[in-house]
Write a protein that binds this ligand. Structure first.
Ligand SMILES: *Cc1c(COP(=O)(O)O)cnc(C)c1O
Length: 470
């Protein structure tokens, strides 16, 4: 298995060589040369596997330059009951016979990003230990991604994390989650500014190629292929849990932002998993819904991007979307390059009057959007009807999924975060505070470890230089 770029400008590379990289040198995203096809016999033999064994079967088809026993060991120490609350890792909750919720948010930071990020932490540590190299991960966060990355990288040899966040602008829970980490390889940097200031500093540092090389700066953003790959596994797991035989189909409803989660569903379907519909749900930031309904992909400006009550889906453009368009064009790198030359100039593209737009249906995609009133109503409805409490992101998926599903195909809604993280909206919907998972009751009282800095790139660079260990 080798990897190419969606823009055609990268010689095929093995997994370990794309693992640590962000964008390909030509500006595209790494993608497998071909998707592994799963036969009916293989699918049958996977049905009763536990999560780590299933993960090994799937990941070993994408990773062939790490010895099998090492890959198996990395997977085994990632997907433990200790880390994810139960040996199911992603338990399926059946609300009624053809309506399920797949719980993806039982990891250390209570959001689905842990499933991929925890694997990434162990993969990075393994690959770095082989070469004796070190890595300084630099990121900007307004919540979920930063804490998920920190919990995945804490205590890892050869890895340090420098995470910028807007000072006093995150929720108390999210702040406490990140800042209470006492590990010496985690550097929480609170910036006097807003999230965009943090992101601008990360961009400026990444554009200084000499600094970046000297201090071995890397990222763990959502375009990392290994993150998408790790997420493929739970589509199989959810399918097996919701069906009796491999002749059945299911549909998935996926609360979406950067198109990472649903991209994994798309790959699972391309591998042969019997998925009928991939139902994409956005919040008020509906750039993806607009594309799937009209054929126009128009990334938004920062000022057009709204702050909503499902904040982890507040995106202006969908960084993983290029991978789907690559497949939609029949893997035409020239076409993708042409389309993204418009996007990179701050413009839009329109596929509405092309055969490509008609082809979207054959990939199973359908989409809808949600808003604050709908998600509050959905949380209330699901609680009143099934006594199950869901978070705001999951509610967007449930709302759109119920509206667009085919009635004779079972629906699996992805639960992407736990309600405890969004107590204000839960209070609004059901009139009480969501319960905290055990062990996190006093999170906000823990000692916090962070520094406060001005939104100044040079100041951050010298801080990194001092603490990067290289
Ligand atoms: C990141 C995130 C999403 C969006 O996932 P994408 O892979 O970016 O589409 C949805 N819900 C929650 C809780 C998230 O943290």
């Amino acid at each position: 298995m080798r990897y190419i770029s969606t823009r055609g400008g990268m010689p095929p590379k093995p997994f370990s060589e794309i693992l640590l990289s962000g964008l390909s040198p030509d500006g595209g995203l790494a993608i497998p040369e071909t998707y592994p096809k799963i036969t009916g016999d293989e699918l049958g033999s996977w049905r009763n596997l536990d999560y780590p064994s299933l993960a090994f079967e799937i990941l070993s088809r994408f990773v062939d330059d790490i010895p099998s026993e090492d890959l198996r060991a990395i997977i085994d120490r990632t997907y433990t009951a200790d880390n994810f609350g139960s040996s199911d890792i992603t338990p399926l909750r059946t609300l009624k016979p053809d309506f399920h919720i797949l719980a993806l948010s039982n990891g250390p930071t209570l959001a689905f990003k842990d499933i991929a990020m925890q694997l990434l932490g162990n993969l990075f540590e393994y690959v770095l230990s082989k070469t004796g190299e070190t890595l300084n991960i630099l990121g900007a966060t307004s919540g979920d991604t930063g804490s998920s990355a920190e919990y995945a990288m804490r205590g890892k040899h050869g890895i340090r994390v420098f995470m910028l966040s807007p000072h006093k602008k995150m929720s108390r829970f999210q702040t406490a989650q990140m800042f209470s980490l006492q590990d010496e390889n985690i550097f929480n940097i609170a910036i006097r500014g807003v999230f965009d200031d943090c992101q601008d500093i990360v961009k400026a540092v990444s554009n200084d190629h000499i600094f970046k090389k000297r201090h071995r700066i890397g990222t763990v953003n959502s375009i990392n292929w290994a993150r998408v790959m790790a997420q493929i596994v739970y589509y199989f797991k959810g399918y097996f849990a919701a069906t009796q035989s491999n002749d059945e189909q299911v549909s998935f409803a996926v609360p979406s932002g950067n198109f990472g989660n649903i991209c994994a569903g798309h790959v699972a379907r391309m591998m042969g998993l019997p998925i009928k519909q991939l139902i994409l749900a956005t919040n008020e930031n509906d750039v993806l819904d607009e594309f799937f309904r009209s054929g126009v992909y128009r990334p938004r400006t920062t000022s057009e991007t709204m702050h909503t009550s499902s904040p982890s889906m507040d995106i202006s453009k969908a960084s993983n979307f290029e991978r789907f368009i690559f497949d939609l064009t029949g893997r035409d790198a020239g076409k993708v390059t042409e389309l993204w030359s418009e996007i990179d100039k701050g413009r839009a593209f329109d596929l509405s009057n092309t055969t490509l737009f008609d082809r979207i249906k054959s990939f199973g995609f359908i989409s809808g959007n949600s808003n604050h009133a709908s998600r509050i109503e959905t949380i209330r409805h699901i609680y009143n009807k099934y006594s199950v409490l869901i978070d705001t992101h999951t509610a967007d998926g449930v709302k759109v999924g119920q509206a667009l599903r085919e009635s004779d195909v079972p629906l699996i809604c992805m639960e992407t975060a736990q309600p405890a993280k969004f107590s204000e909206s839960i209070q609004e919907a059901v009139g009480f505070e969501p319960p905290r998972p055990a062990g996190l009751e006093d999170l906000e009282d823990l000692l916090q470890r962070f520094i406060v800095k001005d939104a100044n790139t040079e100041g951050i660079k010298s801080y990194i230089a001092e603490h990067s260990g290289c």
